[in-house]
Design a protein. Structure first.
Length: 371
């Protein structure tokens, strides 16, 4: 068998489905040329250079792979590259018939080029470039479809958004930092939006009227008792907080009830917002939400004395403060999780901010790095 093969696709953009086929081709051939084609009759979301750049980034860990762009007949490109095997991925019967026709057309050109079909794995058969773009237009979760570098490109191209996270222990100035970035953004004519996941949770626990949220509030009452209800039927978050911050098991139960609806509300919040989006939550790391902000996170911290002062300003007793602090991971633990996730995905950025950080210079660094 030939030692070289071509895997050809439009790559608009590359997905995990494409990557899986390419990896499997690398097990068969010594060298795989990933060929990104352009059909003049087709409208693309990304330019040829952008598609090639995204593919190179997604495939950089595969030493057998070379990424090239081409135009014209694929069999002519294969001939010029001295390759006599084309690898294609097939997800369904429609793909099979389409690739069968293309193979017959290629054979008719008498270049001696053969086509090998690799069938998509069942868990990837639904993944396509068009699907992931449709999801992004509605701010759906795309991290299981594409690498984070591609996810960022989709968010920027289709939604005109750049998303980063702000996290840290309770009372470490996360909201204050976000407001400072908003103010600096205004002076630089950069739209900056701060979305606090706690506030989305509060809306859900208060009075959103959609059936799922009404049912959720009933579940919360069933779990934690009628004592958490106010006279108007809303949840008394102060009483609920006293219960869950005394018992980590109860806190985990509440968080597990809340995360799915919070992420649904987040999608609604993202709608029609442009510019820099700050996803603000103390629990980004431990709740496995780092992919939402593409592993790009600001970790805010303050001195313990300042943190205690912030908590005292919230009218919390020393016992309540101690329980709040014990209920969440420390910044050191959060930092470790974030760094591990960045290493695992080979993608991301962690910025550390404390009371000594000059925010104007920091904002300039952030804006220049991601905008």
């Amino acid at each position: 068998m030939s030692s070289k093969a071509i895997y050809a696709f439009s790559g608009d953009p590359i997905t995990y489905g494409h990557i899986d086929i390419i990896k499997r081709a690398c097990h068969i051939f010594d060298k795989v040329i990933v060929a990104i084609g352009t059909n003049p009759e087709k409208k693309y979301t990304f330019s040829p250079i952008e598609r090639e750049t995204l593919a190179k980034g997604a495939l950089e860990s595969l030493p057998k792979v070379i990424v090239k762009s081409f135009s014209g007949l694929l069999v002519d490109f294969a001939y010029e590259q001295e390759v006599d095997v084309i690898v294609k991925g097939v997800r369904n019967p429609e793909d099979f018939r389409y690739e069968q026709t293309l193979s017959h057309v290629g054979l008719s050109q008498n270049q001696g080029i053969e086509t090998i079909l690799l069938f998509a794995k069942p868990n990837l058969a639904h993944v396509s470039s068009s699907t992931v773009k449709a999801l992004q237009k509605e701010h759906g979760a795309t991290q299981n479809y594409v690498p984070l570098g591609v996810k960022i490109a989709l968010e920027k191209k289709l939604s005109e958004q750049i998303i980063i996270g702000i996290t840290g222990e309770v009372a470490t100035g996360k909201s204050h930092l976000a407001n400072q970035l908003i103010e600096i953004g205004n002076t630089k004519k950069v739209e900056v939006h701060n979305i606090e996941l706690d506030q989305l949770a509060h809306q859900i626990q208060d009075d959103l009227i959609e059936p799922i949220y009404v049912s959720l509030r009933k579940k919360i009452v069933e779990q934690f008792g009628k004592k958490i209800l106010k006279k108007d039927g809303k949840i008394n978050r102060k009483v609920l907080g006293e219960i869950v911050f005394k018992d980590l098991t109860q806190l985990n139960i509440l968080n597990n009830l809340m995360w799915k609806p919070v992420l649904v509300r987040l999608r609604k919040e993202l709608k029609n917002k442009k510019g820099l989006i700050l996803i603000n939550s103390a629990l980004l790391a431990e709740a496995n939400l780092l992919s939402v902000c593409n592993n790009r996170v600001i970790l805010a911290s303050v001195k313990p004395s300042q943190q205690k002062k912030y908590l005292e300003n919230r009218k919390l007793s020393p016992q309540q403060i101690e329980r709040r602090l014990k209920s969440q991971l420390t910044n050191k633990e959060k930092e470790k999780i974030i760094k591990n996730k960045i290493a695992e995905n080979n993608f991301g950025k962690l910025w550390l901010v404390d009371e000594n950080t000059e925010i104007s210079s920091f904002a300039k660094k952030i804006f220049s790095a991601i905008l």
